[in-house]
Ligand binder design. Sequence first.
Ligand code: PRP
Ligand code: URA
Length: 229
Amino acid sequence: MSKVTVFDHPLIQHKLSYLRDKNTGSKLFRELISEIAMLMCYEATRDLPLEDVEIETPMQKMVAKKIKGRKLAFVPILRAGCGMLDAMLTMVPAAKVGHIGLYRDEVTHKPIEYYNKLPGDVEERDVFVLDPMLATGGSAVDAIEIIKRSNPRSIKFLCIIAAPEGIEVLSKAHPDVEIYCAAKDEKLNKNCYILPGLGDAGDRIYGTDVVGEVSIDKRGSTVRLHSNV
Ligand code: PRP
Ligand code: URA
């Protein structure tokens, strides 16, 4: 089974409460996803090896520490994983980026692949797969299968909210992949959404969060009345 780390840091837990709140709009939601991803990156890269390097301060020479030749790649699962990417790149600007496009079929809840572009030298890299939600685990399992075809050095999966069902499915399929999350929630609902969760992460990041009947509001803007969550 995979090693699972749930981040209980107070800053992450505090931000997560705002992220879950249904009254949090897209702008704040994006900012919170980014801030949480940055804190998670800090923790998930804790085991990167260091090496001694000689540098010179304005005062004298010294032996300092730098990260030892580890090359990283960040692979967000489209769309929602992109919400975590900029924060990761802020922390590790030299990382390369791959993208895997998957969406869940609304009826079967199985992932459907529509895009896949990885750095050419993935076999020299430690890969961090990014997706805020681990629900049934189908998307994570498929994304990691695609990445494994390119023989990366290692793979870690970073999500913000994980369902117990998703953790089980992912760790059975890929026991070598460490899972990091900010919360392990209760369960999935009948539509395979996480409870209590935060709703549909991609829709909340990009403001596409309500689907269904369309109406015109008082200012003449188009509004949609029902959500599929
Ligand atoms: C969401 C989420 C994950 C997936 C998780 O993406 O971002 O990729 O669902 O569900 P699973 O564990 O059951 O596979 P979605 O398919 O809604 O696509 P989107 O990011 O484009 O909105
Ligand atoms: N995808 C989401 O965005 N949210 C869920 O709760 C489940 C899958």
